[in-house]
Design a binder for this molecule. Structure first.
Ligand SMILES: Cc1cc2nc3c(=O)[nH]c(=O)nc-3n(C[C@H](O)[C@H](O)[C@H](O)COP(=O)(O)OP(=O)(O)OC[C@H]3O[C@@H](n4cnc5c(N)ncnc54)[C@H](O)[C@@H]3O)c2cc1C
Ligand code: SF4
Length: 328
C-alpha cells in the first residue's frame, strides 16, 4: 500500500504538527517500517520523514550524553564518548543487523522497531493478536523457539528484537518525547509494555508522539561494561538471549551493577532482581549464579524455548565473570 502523503519534517514541532492526522507514521531509516508496509502489516496514510531532525550527540554538563533521535546507529556506535564511557552501547549496536542497515537505521526507529515473530509477519496465513486483537496467537502452540520466557501472556509471547535497547535499559537511559501537548520524558525501561491482553499496544507513547532524543546519564561504572549476544548465526540473526552489563568492584565486593537481558521478553528486560542480589556481595561465580537464578525464577518456557532459561543463566554468569576480569 502506498501512502498518499510523504512530508519531510524540518523540526520536531513541524513533525508533530504534520503527524496530527489519522494513520500517520514517522519515518526513520525505513529499515523496519518499509518492510512492514511491503507486507501490508503497517498501512500508514501519511509518512512524516524525521531523518532531518537532530542527529547530534552532545555531551551534557556532568558527563552524560544526549543523542538526537535521527542519529544513525553507526554514528552512535562509532562516537568516541560512547565507545569510552558506554562500551556496552557501542557493542550492542554493532551486534545488530549489518553495516548497511546500521548506517540507515536511526535511534528513534531502533527503539520502535517491531517484533520479528514470524506469525506477526504472515498476515494471510496466521492468527496474531498483535496484528488483529482478539484473533488468537499461533505462536503459543506453534514454532516458538525464539519467543519469550519472561513477562509473556496468554495473548502474546513475542520478544522485542532490539540489541541497542537492551544496552539502553542497562544504562538508565531516558527517552525525550514531543507531543501535541508538549514535551515529556520516560525512562527507557518504562517506554515498552509487556503484552498483557493488549499486545497491539507496544509502548506508552501517545498517538503522534515523537521521540526527539535519548539521554544517557553519567554512569562511571559503565566504563566497565559489555554486551554479549547469543544467536544461531554470527550475522543477520536476532538474539536468542543477550546480556548487557556494567560492573563496579571495590575491595573484592560488588559495589554496583547494571544488568539487562534481550531476546527473553516483549520489552528489553532490566534484571532488577539480579542486581539486588549482586550488590554488596563478594565477587564469585556462586554469587553470579544465584543472581541469575533469582532473575529467572519466574521464567516460563514454551514448547520449544526451554533452552533459553539455561542459556540466559549461563550468559549472565559468563558476562559478569568477564567483567570481573578474573577476580571471580
Ligand atoms: C535484515 C535485518 C536484520 C536486522 N538485524 C537486527 C539485529 O540483529 N538487531 C537489532 O537490534 N535490529 C536488527 N534489525 C532491525 C533494525 O535495527 C531496525 O530495522 C532499525 O533499527 C529501525 O530503525 P529505522 O530508523 O530504520 O526505523 P524505521 O523503520 O524508519 O521506523 C521504525 C518505527 O519507528 C517509528 N519511528 C521512527 N523514528 C521515530 C521517532 N523519532 N519518533 C517516533 N517514532 C519513530 C516509525 O514510525 C516506525 O514505527 C535488522 C533489520 C533488518 C532489515
Ligand atoms: S506471539 Fe505475539 S506477535 Fe507472535 S503471533 Fe502471537 S500475538 Fe502475534
Amino acid at each position: 500500500m502506498t501512502p498518499s502523503v510523504y512530508r519531510r519534517a524540518t523540526d520536531a514541532a513541524d513533525a508533530v504538527r504534520r503527524a496530527a492526522v489519522p494513520d500517520a507514521k514517522y519515518l526513520g531509516g525505513g529499515t523496519n517500517l518499509v518492510d512492514l508496509m511491503r507486507e501490508t502489516i503497517e498501512r500508514p496514510v501519511a509518512l512524516i520523514d524525521v531523518t532531518r531532525l537532530s542527529r547530534d550527540i552532545v555531551e551534557q554538563a556532568g558527563g552524560g550524553l544526549r543523542i538526537g533521535a535521527a542519529a544513525p546507529n553507526t554514528a552512535v556506535a562509532e562516537h568516541r564518548l560512547v565507545r569510552t564511557r558506554y562500551p556496552v552501547l557501542a557493542r550492542a549496536i554493532l551486534a545488530g543487523a549489518s553495516a548497511q542497515i546500521r548506517n540507515m537505521a536511526t535511534v528513534g526507529g531502533n527503539l520502535l522497531q517491531r517484533t520479528r515473530c514470524t506469525y506477526f509477519y504472515d498476515d494471510e496465513g496466521s492468527r496474531c493478536n498483535k496484528r488483529h486483537p482478539g484473533q488468537g496467537c499461533d505462536a503459543i502452540e506453534g514454532f516458538n523457539r525464539n519467543h519469550a520466557i519472561l513477562g509473556a501472556s496468554d495473548a502474546c509471547v513475542a520478544v522485542h528484537p532490539s540489541d541497542m535497547c537492551v544496552a539502553l535499559a542497562a544504562l538508565d537511559a531516558v527517552v525525550h518525547l514531543q507531543g501535541r501537548g508538549g514535551g515529556r520524558s520516560l525512562a527507557l525501561t518504562d517506554l515498552h509494555r509487556l503484552p498483557g491482553d493488549r499486545p497491539d499496544i507496544e509502548t506508552l507513547l501517545e498517538p503522534g508522539e515523537l521521540i526527539t532524543s535519548v539521554e544517557l546519564p553519567a554512569l562511571p561504572l559503565a566504563v566497565r561494561s559489555t554486551y554479549r549476544k547469543v544467536r544461531d548465526r554470527a550475522s543477520y540473526a536476532f538474539a536468542l538471549v543477550s546480556v548487557a552489563a556494567a560492573l563496579a568492584i571495590e575491595d573484592g565486593r560488588i559495589k554496583d551493577v547494571r544488568l539487562a537481558l534481550g531476546g527473553v521478553a516483549h520489552k528489553p528486560w532490566r534484571a532488577w532482581r539480579a542486581e539486588e542480589a549482586l550488590r554488596g556481595q563478594p565477587v564469585n561465580q556462586a554469587v553470579f549464579a544465584a543472581a541469575a537464578e533469582a532473575e529467572l525464577a519466574d521464567a516460563r518456557p514454551l514448547k520449544a524455548n526451554g533452552f533459553k532459561i539455561e542459556l540466559a543463566r549461563r550468559t549472565i554468569v559468563a558476562v559478569l565473570d568477564e567483567l570481573a576480569g578474573g577476580e571471580a
